[in-house]
Each structure stands twice: as C-alpha cells, then as structure tokens.
Design a protein around this ligand. Structure first.
Ligand SMILES: [Zn+2]
Ligand SMILES: [Zn+2]
Length: 322
C-alpha cells in the first residue's frame, strides 16, 4: 500500500512536470506565430555588417519584392508545430485534470459545477484550430519577411543600446501589449461588437485550454496584430520580445484552462481572474495585469451582480436586482 502511494505520488509529480514543460512549448506555438520567437535567435547570430540587404530590382519576383522568399516553408513549419503542440498541451490538461482528477473537481477547478457541453467543446477545438491556421499564415509570413531582411525596429545585439534602455523598453513593451489587450477587449464588449464578434469567445462559460485561441477570426487577428505591432516602431531587444510573447502565451493558456493556479509573479493575477471574466462577463477585462481594471473600476466585486445584460463592468447593487 505504502509503495503504491509513493509510486502514485511520483507519477502525479512526473505528470505535472511533463505538463509544465509541454505548457512552455505550447506557449511558444500558440496563435501560430512561434517562428517569431526563433527568428531573433537566428538574426542575432548574423554579423550586423553583412545583413541581408539585397536590392529590389525590376527583375525581382513579387516574393522578393515583399521579402517573402520561401514563405511556404515558414508557414508549413508554423502550422505543423502549432497544431501538434496545441493538441498536445490542451490534451494533456484535459487528461491530467478533467479525466484523471474528475472525482476531485472541487479541489482544482475554478468552476467545479460547470463544464462545457460536448457541442461547445467541439466548437472551441474547431475555432481554435482554424485560428491557429490563420495565425500560422500571418506569423510564418512575418518570420519570412524578417529573415529576408525586412525592416523592424527590433535589435539583436545587447550592446546596441544601454542596459537602462533595455529594462525601460522591455517594461514599456509589456505595458503596451497588455494595455492593447485590455482596451481592445473592453471595446469588444461594446454591445453591438459583442453580439457579432466577441460573443463567440464567451459561449465558453467555463473555458478550457482549447478556448485560448477560440475567438471570432477577426478578433483573433486583431489581437495577434496588436501584440506584434510594437516591433515596428519601438526599438526593443529581440530577447525582450521573445520573453514577453512567451509570457503572454503561457498565461493565455493557463488563464483559460479552468484549473486554479496562482502565478509566481506578484503582478500576474491567478487563473481565477480570467475564469471569472468568463463566468460574470463584463468584469476583469485585463490579461496579465489588474491595473487597467483597477483604473476603470471594472474589477469584479463580490457584492455586485453581473450578467450578460449588465454592461459596463461595475455590476449592479444586489438590492437593485431583487
Ligand atoms: Zn470578454
Ligand atoms: Zn477568455
């Protein structure tokens, strides 16, 4: 008996660690632009003086004109890796928690009494996969563009700027991406836009890791564009960009998993925070910081009633409803 429980503990631990590793890998792959994470590594190995700067001439093909040589291979690599890891991680979370620990949902689940209907499970996997395909086309094309000498403001050598600027630009990038995620999200809750676009994401009242990419494609592409855009106007170290992207993707998955998890970083809300957004709807719009919700008074309050019809993020006083 004793031996068995030790074995069980070891198995549980090993399974958890395997999941963490898988989560990190998938964090990179999610939304299909994982190649953007690798590109700066390749670029940093180039001598800046011999950078690929071929002239565009009248004889250039349209692919050369847009600096998209070999774009098909970039897209293909992006699609394969994204799909394998998306199903790998979400599948692992599903197996480790939703199947193996089904009997103890009260211990680990954010909403222990709520599960997605089989129809919504199929829907999120379909939408999530479709968006990964789209994201891979955009991410793969952008990776090809950068690798073929296309211009961004990213720098690849640490000594191009001071260390003070490195810290400043990294924090600024993170804040810009998180502010974009918050403000675009709150716009998507404007009734007309919500009804036609963002409602698709909110049919998952108790989300799973598969929900992390399951949006209306327009919303998905706008989110991807917003997170990537800063590299075109903010000089930022490639390693910082990688770090921010990995961080956001990792917590994007965790926050939708439906599994109660606390973050190690003091600024990062626990997974319950975004799960509450799915449960109560027009509150907790932020992703990686609470500050925006705090500024706009849209943090969820226990004494308020929230529902799909109560727009604005503040909820109603309990007595107003009864
Ligand atoms: Zn929302
Ligand atoms: Zn969500």
């Amino acid at each position: 008996m004793g031996g068995e429980s030790v074995l069980n503990t070891i198995f549980n631990k090993a399974s958890l660690y395997a999941g963490v590793v898988l989560t990190v890998v998938v964090g990179m792959a999610i939304r299909g632009d994982w190649l953007l994470v690798l590109v700066p590594f390749w670029k940093s190995r180039e001598d800046p003086l011999t950078k690929h700067t071929e002239e565009i001439t009248a004889n250039s093909t349209w692919l050369e004109y847009f600096r998209l040589q070999n774009v098909g291979w970039y897209i293909l690599a992006s699609i394969s890796f994204s799909m394998v890891s998306y199903y790998g991680l979400a599948g692992w979370l599903q197996w480790h928690y939703y199947i193996r620990r089904r009997d103890s949902v009260a211990e680990w689940k954010c909403q222990p009494t709520k599960f997605l209907t089989p129809e919504n499970e199929r829907h999120e996997i379909f939408m999530g996969s479709f968006n990964l395909l789209l994201g891979s086309i955009v991410g793969g094309s952008l990776a090809a563009y950068i690798m073929n000498g296309g211009r961004t403001q990213m720098y690849y050598h640490l000594d191009d700027y001071s260390y003070g600027y490195l810290v400043f630009s990294t924090v600024l990038l993170f804040l810009m991406q998180d502010a974009y995620a918050f403000y675009s999200h709150i716009c998507f809750h404007y009734p007309l836009i919500y009804k036609h676009i963002h409602k698709h994401h909110h049919r998952y009242h108790s989300p799973t890791a598969f929900s992390a990419t399951a949006f209306h494609p327009v919303e998905f592409l706008l989110l991807q564009a917003g997170l990537t855009l800063p590299i075109f106007f903010l000089p930022v170290y490639s390693g910082s960009f990688i770090m921010c992207v990995l961080y956001e993707y990792y917590y994007g998955m965790i926050d939708h998993s439906g599994v109660k998890m606390d973050a190690v970083w003091p600024w990062q809300p626990p997974s319950q925070f975004h799960d509450d957004h799915h449960k109560y709807l027009h509150v907790n719009f932020g992703l990686n910081l609470r500050i925006w919700d705090w500024m706009h008074d849209t943090l969820r309050k226990e004494d308020r009633v929230c529902s799909e019809e109560i727009i604005g993020g503040r909820g109603l006083q309990k007595k107003q409803v009864q």
